[in-house]
Design a protein around this ligand. Structure first.
Ligand SMILES: Cc1cc2nc3c(=O)[nH]c(=O)nc-3n(C[C@H](O)[C@H](O)[C@H](O)COP(=O)(O)OP(=O)(O)OC[C@H]3O[C@@H](n4cnc5c(N)ncnc54)[C@H](O)[C@@H]3O)c2cc1C
Length: 403
């Protein structure tokens, strides 16, 4: 869509752009970030945050790289606020992996509620940005045109959606997933739940006119917002399940790497002990909720492919995610005996992998899933709230410091 924001807030779809953005941001990640991160002066004004989320989402750049770059310039104490925000992502990912039922419930609720609200006037006005609510209507357009909203704007938006417009939170979360470049099942679902009071029991987030005016530099001061935020009610939170474990790869087998949009930096996941005879790249619009995110990842993989061909000295073949049988035939023709793939978290790619894994195994191929050391270290601690998780961060981070 072309609109007033379309030239702003661009996210060049490439790992090298993420690294440049990180390099520019690092000096700001200490006291400046802590002081200004809540301010959102608009997409055309100097940024108070890193805008790394679309790159982190698909792991074009990893959490470990970002945190290490920051700790190379700042002490943990000075950069604590920024590091904690990066670890919020890790925490939400882990929390949902330990409770996949919460994602499955969300998916079912979207399917159930969408037809029920098909003719709802309030929903139509919200999606079109014609509610008349100052700020809210602007964020609708900004989100649709840029694929991004500042964290504070996301919080105000979700709060107004739930408590002022009284719309179901899952439909708001679905709207975000369809437009955000960084659309992520864990961060999105659990943040919406957090605003609605489902995540921390009894604790909601209420957007106020004064807070919005203060942190937007007076750009918006919406009248008529809800004055109370009664926590939403839902089924109880399931107990955390143990994380799945996987067999190690067999170095004697002819192996192929199966790369997918959940983790696009294989160089940091597979050390020199891995040899690949072939790399398969899996990408498909059905892995995304919105076209914009699909386009972003598709462009980012162009740069990735040439880099991988050079590094691993093999060709990278695109595979058609819709043709499940053809995928197996192609792999067999390449004389591959073992498929190795990065772990997929709850979401659309995970469903594909789970289905295909059985087919690979039925066809006599070994299928190996590899999870990152970062996730293995942090996720098991996402059993309770963020506060006890936060306490463990400094000690766990030491494992990922190279010096
Ligand atoms: C209702 C709602 C929905 C959200 N949906 C998503 C989503 O779909 N995908 C997504 O990546 N984030 C989501 N967030 C979290 C957060 O808003 C974005 O990660 C952040 O705005 C990205 O901007 P940034 O990269 O400039 O962040 P920075 O402030 O520079 O933070 C650096 C990195 O830390 C992580 N991070 C920062 N804040 C949070 C947070 N509150 N929760 C989780 N991770 C965080 C992100 O990976 C981010 O790139 C949501 C928040 C809310 C309130």
């Amino acid at each position: 869509m072309n609109g007033p924001f379309s030239s702003l807030m661009t996210f060049p779809p490439a790992r090298h752009s993420a690294l440049e953005r990180l390099a520019q941001f690092v000096s700001y990640a200490g006291a400046d970030y802590a002081a200004h991160r809540n301010s959102d002066f608009g997409p055309d004004r100097p940024y108070s945050v890193s805008r790394l989320s679309p790159y982190l989402r698909y792991r074009l750049i990893t959490e470990a790289e970002v945190v290490n770059a920051v700790l190379d310039q700042h002490s943990f104490r000075v950069a604590e606020k920024f590091i904690q925000e990066v670890l919020w992502r890790t925490y939400w990912k882990g929390w949902l992996e330990l409770r996949p039922e919460v994602w499955l419930r969300y998916e079912k609720d979207v399917v159930r509620l969408t037809p029920l609200y098909a003719h709802d006037k309030t929903l139509q006005a919200a999606l079109a940005g014609t509610t008349g609510l100052d700020g809210f209507d602007h964020w609708v357009r900004e989100l649709i045109e840029t694929g991004y909203l500042h964290n504070h704007a996301r919080m105000w938006f979700a709060s107004i959606w739930i408590f002022t417009l009284k719309l179901p939170w899952v439909l708001g979360a679905d709207f975000f997933l369809r437009h955000l470049l960084d659309a992520d099942p864990a961060s999105n679902t659990l943040s919406w739940r957090w605003v609605g009071g489902l995540q921390t029991q009894g604790k909601t987030y209420l957007a106020t006119k004064e807070n919005i005016a203060r942190f937007t530099g007076g750009r918006f001061a919406p009248e008529g917002l809800a004055l109370h935020a009664e926590p939403l009610v839902d089924l109880p939170i399931p107990d955390p399940m143990p994380l799945s474990t996987f067999k190690p790869h067999d170095p004697t087998l002819r192996s192929a790497l199966l790369l997918h949009p959940e983790d696009l930096h294989p160089e940091s996941l597979f050390d020199h002990s891995f040899r690949f005879e072939q790399i398969y790249l899996l990408n498909d619009p059905s892995f995304f909720w919105g076209q914009r995110a699909f386009d972003f990842v598709s462009s980012a993989t162009d740069e990735l492919i040439s880099g991988l061909e050079e590094k691993y000295r093999v060709s990278v073949k695109s595979i058609n995610a819709q043709d499940h049988v053809g995928v197996i035939d192609g792999v067999k023709q390449d004389n591959i005996e073992q498929i190795i793939t990065p772990y997929t978290t709850q979401g659309l790619v995970a469903s594909w992998i789970e289905k295909q894994r059985h087919q690979f195994e039925s066809a006599g191929l070994s299928f190996v899933i590899r999870r990152r050391a970062w996730d293995d270290a942090f996720w098991p601690h996402a059993t309770k709230g963020f506060f006890p998780f936060k306490e463990k961060i400094p000690k766990l981070l030491n494992r990922f410091r190279s010096s």
